[in-house]
Design a protein around this ligand. Structure first.
Ligand SMILES: NC(=O)c1ccc[n+]([C@@H]2O[C@H](COP(=O)([O-])OP(=O)(O)OC[C@H]3O[C@@H](n4cnc5c(N)ncnc54)[C@H](O)[C@@H]3O)[C@@H](O)[C@H]2O)c1
Length: 255
């Protein structure tokens, strides 16, 4: 039985590894999809439609709040509601603190944190009017461990996996999630985060083996591991869960 018939989901970063898996998972539950990415969404749109779900694609840079607003308006024109927002779009940055230039800092914060605020701000009035909404923000285990998973004993490893600006942005997502969850709890809207550990996508193609060896479950995660968690927390049955940061990290970080 499909759990999301008549639901409309807007997914950012929908052309990427996690975004496309999440879009397909929600489509398999019967949701219609608004697919947002700065890259082309034609391929994922075709895959969603092949599952029998409706889809509309937008080529949008989510750091541009006006463009986000326009995509939300066009989604409303097509589907008349937005029930689920999944903020997936993001970029990584690596290196020691000395490597983080002002330009990198600003770009990483804009793509990973400001974009989440812009998308939430654009859909919240719609969700309030519907008295229903599910917002899921994809953060990261690095938002919990400071982006510096262990005392550095290997400079090469740090260049590949140290993530100061990224970690700051993802920790910021946790604050935005907590704030919006409390603000909107009485309006039928839940706001949660899913915090993945290392997941095998383009983003982690250079992930060091030394750090893979530290994942207790003994493997990197799959995009479907994250998509399943998103589908759960974005479902009707999760109505009493809000302000949560759901870890999907193979035991890499426990709190
Ligand atoms: N892969 C991992 O191990 C991992 C772990 C934790 C968190 N995450 C987070 O999950 C999300 C997806 O990561 P992924 O592994 O699928 O990476 P990915 O590179 O495969 O996908 C990211 C997508 O976001 C899009 N994007 C980036 N900046 C954008 C912008 N400004 N406007 C619109 N679209 C933009 C890209 O075009 C791409 O399609 C990111 O937020 C990432 O930080 C990933």
């Amino acid at each position: 039985m499909k759990r999301m018939p008549d639901r409309v989901a807007l997914v950012t970063g929908a052309a990427g590894g996690l975004g496309s898996a999440i879009a397909l998972r929600l489509a398999s539950e019967g949701a219609s999809l608004c697919l947002v990415d700065r890259a082309a969404t034609d391929a994922i749109k075709s895959q969603v439609e092949a599952l029998g779900a409706q889809a509309i694609g937008f080529t949008v840079d989510v750091t541009d709040s006006a463009a986000v607003g326009a995509a939300v308006a066009q989604s409303m024109a097509r589907f008349k509601r937005i029930d689920i927002l999944v903020n997936v779009a993001g970029i990584s940055s690596h290196g020691a603190s000395d490597d983080v230039t002002e330009e990198v800092w600003n770009r990483v914060l804009a793509c990973n944190l400001s974009s989440v605020f812009y998308c939430c701000k654009a859909v919240l009035p719609i969700m309030r009017a519907q008295k229903y909404g599910r917002i899921v923000n994809i953060s990261s285990v690095l938002g919990k461990n400071g982006g510096n998973p262990r005392p550095w004993i290997d400079e090469e490893e740090q260049k590949k996996a140290g993530s100061l600006a990224y970690a700051a942005a993802k920790a910021g997502i946790h604050a935005v999630t907590s704030y919006l969850a409390k603000e909107n709890a009485h309006r039928g809207i839940t706001v949660n985060a899913v915090a993945p550990g290392p997941i095998a996508t383009q983003m982690t193609r250079n992930f060091p083996q030394t750090l893979k060896n530290l994942i207790p479950v003994g493997r990197m995660g799959t995009p479907e591991d994250v998509a399943d968690a998103v589908a759960f927390i974005a479902g009707d049955s999760a109505s009493f869960i809000t302000g949560e940061v759901l870890d999907v990290n193979g035991g890499m970080w426990c709190d």
